[in-house]
Design a protein around this ligand. Structure first.
Ligand code: C2O
Ligand code: CU
Ligand code: CU
Length: 484
C-alpha cells in the first residue's frame, strides 16, 4: 500500500547519501497519491544559520531541514497528512504537533505515546487535522535543549475556503541566549533558573532573523499569525499606531476583538492570529514593541510602509470572522470537576520585576520542599523530564465526559499551561468570566491566578498537561491526564 512513497523516500535518501547534499530540497510533497495525502519529510540535524545581520557571526543550531525555523508545515483541514521525521541528531527525538487534536499515537511524547526516534531512524506521523488554524511543531524529547537549539516550526492548517485578506503572514518569534561570538550559550537545565523564570534569552528573532523592519503597504489587510516559540520568554506585544483585531487564539477562531489596552500577551507556545488593517502613512515606520518585562521593552521589529499610495482609502468592510472549528461543546451542568494546583518554585518572584530583579537575593529563600531535585509540582506530584514510560495519570476521565478543571497557580511565577490532544474553553479567571470564552490549548497564568477551563474528554489516550516554560516542565510542572 505504502510502497510507492516508501520507494520514493528511499530513492531520495540514496540520492542524498550519494551527493552528501543537505535537504532543503526534500521539503516538497513527495507523492501525489490519489488519497490527496500530504506527504512531507523533515530531517532533524545540526546546521548553521545566520540569526543576525550579514556582518554578525553565524550560529550552530539544531534544525529541521537545515533552516530555522523549520519549514512551514502546510496542511488542509480534514485532509490526511503523512509527515516523516528522520533523526540525524546524536540523541533520541520526537515531534509533537502542538495544538492539533490528533490520535494519541501521533502525539510525539517519548515513552508515553511512542519510543523516541533513535539517531538514524525515522518515524511517520499520520493524522488528519480536524481544525484549521495556526499551530506549531517541536521536539518533546530533551525538549529544553532541542527546542532551545532551534528545532521548531509552524504548522498552518488552511481553512476549507480561503479567508479574504491581502496577505497571510507568519511571524514565528523565538528567543535565544547567545554568547558574544554568536553561539548558543551552554548551561541548559540550570536548577536555579528552572525554579524561577526559566531560560529567558537575550536575542529575539522573527522567522529566524533579528528583524529591523517588515515591509508593508498602506491600506492592505493582513492576517498575521503570531507564534511564540520561546523556551521561556513571555511577550506582550503592542503595534504602535495600529489596531490589531484578534481573530484566533491557539488556532481556534474567537469573536474578533481588540486586545485589552492594545497589548497582546503571548506566553511560550501560544499563538494569536490578528487581522491588521495597515492604516499608517506611506513611507513611515511603526514599532512593534514587546514590553512584558518591566524596564526591558524593546522593538521586535518595525512595520515599514513603502511609498506607494494606499491600496484602498479605508479598511475593507468584509467581516474578519474566521469559520469555527468543529470543537465539542462541554456540558457545564453535567461536567465533572477537578482541581489542579501548581506548586513550587522560588518564593517572592511575583512582581516579576524585570530580569535583574528576578535574580535578586531574597529569592533564594525557601524553595518548597520538592523531592528528587524537582522544583515544581502539580497536586503534590513532580513529574520530571519530558515524557517517559510508566507515568501514572493524575486523573482519568471517561471518554465523552465534560470536564471542568480549576487550575490554581499557588506559585510566584507565570506559567503557560498546556494540554495535549484537546482544546480548552477558558471560562473564568480569578472568579471573573473570561470575555469571548476563548478556546486555547495553552493558558497563560499569572502568579496566584485561578483559572477554570472546560473541555470534552473525547480523545482517548494519555495526554500531557504541563507548563510550556521548558525548564518548568522538565523540573516537575507536568502531569498526565488519561481519557479511557
Ligand atoms: Cu508544545 Cu507538550 O508541548
Ligand atoms: Cu502540545
Ligand atoms: Cu511554568
Amino acid at each position: 500500500m505504502h510502497t510507492e512513497s516508501h520507494d520514493r523516500i528511499s530513492r531520495r535518501s540514496l540520492l542524498r547519501a550519494a551527493t552528501g547534499l543537505l535537504l532543503s530540497a526534500s521539503v516538497s510533497p513527495l507523492t501525489a497519491r490519489a488519497a490527496a495525502t500530504v506527504e512531507q519529510r523533515y530531517i532533524a540535524a545540526l546546521g548553521r544559520v545566520r540569526l543576525h545581520g550579514a556582518d554578525d557571526p553565524e550560529t550552530d543550531v539544531w534544525a529541521y531541514n537545515g533552516i530555522v525555523p523549520g519549514p512551514v508545515v502546510r496542511l488542509r483541514q480534514g485532509e490526511s497528512a503523512r509527515l516523516v521525521v528522520e533523526n540525524r541528531l546524536d540523541q533520541g527525538t520526537t515531534v509533537h504537533w502542538h495544538g492539533i487534536r490528533l490520535p494519541n499515537a501521533m502525539d510525539g511524547v517519548p515513552g508515553l505515546t511512542q519510543p523516541p526516534i533513535r539517531p538514524g531512524e525515522s518515524f511517520a506521523y499520520e493524522f488528519t487535522p480536524p481544525d484549521a488554524g495556526t499551530f506549531w511543531y517541536h521536539p518533546h524529547a530533551n525538549s529544553l535543549e532541542q527546542l532551545g537549539r532551534g528545532l521548531a516550526g509552524a504548522v498552518i492548517v488552511e481553512e476549507r475556503d480561503a479567508v479574504t485578506v491581502d496577505r497571510d503572514l507568519l511571524w514565528l518569534l523565538a528567543d535565544w541566549r547567545l554568547t558574544s561570538d554568536g553561539e548558543i550559550a551552554a548551561g541548559f537545565g540550570n536548577a536555579m533558573e528552572a525554579a524561577m523564570s526559566g531560560r529567558v534569552g537575550n536575542t529575539v528573532t522573527l522567522n529566524g532573523r533579528v528583524s529591523e523592519t517588515e515591509p508593508v503597504r498602506a491600506g492592505e489587510r493582513i492576517r498575521l499569525r503570531l507564534v511564540n516559540a520561546s523556551l521561556a520568554r513571555i511577550m506582550a506585544l503592542r503595534f504602535e499606531g495600529h489596531r490589531p483585531m484578534i481573530v484566533a487564539i491557539d488556532g481556534q477562531p474567537c469573536d474578533p476583538h481588540e486586545p485589552e489596552g492594545g497589548r497582546m500577551l503571548l506566553g511560550p507556545a501560544m499563538r494569536i492570529d490578528v487581522v491588521l488593517d495597515m492604516q499608517g502613512e506611506p513611507g513611515r515606520r511603526y514599532a512593534v514593541i514587546d514590553d512584558f518585562y518591566d524596564g526591558l521593552s524593546y522593538p521586535v521589529t518595525q512595520l515599514a510602509y513603502d511609498d506607494k499610495p494606499p491600496l484602498r482609502s479605508h479598511p475593507p468592510d468584509t467581516p474578519t470572522d474566521l469559520p469555527r472549528n468543529p470543537l465539542p461543546e462541554p456540558d457545564l451542568a453535567a461536567a465533572e470537576r477537578h482541581d489542579l494546583t501548581l506548586q513550587g518554585g522560588m518564593m517572592g518572584g511575583g512582581a516579576m520585576a524585570g530580569m535583574g530583579g528576578m535574580m535578586s537575593g531574597g529569592m533564594m529563600r525557601g524553595m518548597m520542599g520538592m523531592g528528587g531535585g524537582a522544583a515544581w509540582a502539580i497536586n503534590g506530584m513532580s513529574m520530571t523530564g519530558d515524557g517517559h514510560a510508566g507515568m501514572e495519570p493524575a486523573l482519568t476521565f471517561q471518554r465523552g465526559r465534560s470536564i471542568v478543571l480549576t487550575l490554581r497557580n499557588e506559585t510566584a511565577w507565570w506559567h503557560p499551561m498546556h494540554l495535549h490532544g484537546h482544546s480548552m474553553r477558558v471560562l473564568t479567571r480569578n472568579g471573573e468570566p473570561v470575555p469571548h470564552r476563548q478556546w486555547q490549548d495553552t493558558v497563560l497564568m499569572a502568579p496566584k491566578d485561578v483559572v477554570e477551563v472546560a473541555f470534552v474528554a473525547d480523545n482517548p489516550g494519555d495526554w500531557m498537561l504541563h507548563c510550556h516554560v521548558m525548564d518548568h516542565q522538565m523540573s516537575g510542572l507536568m502531569t498526565v491526564l488519561r481519557v479511557a
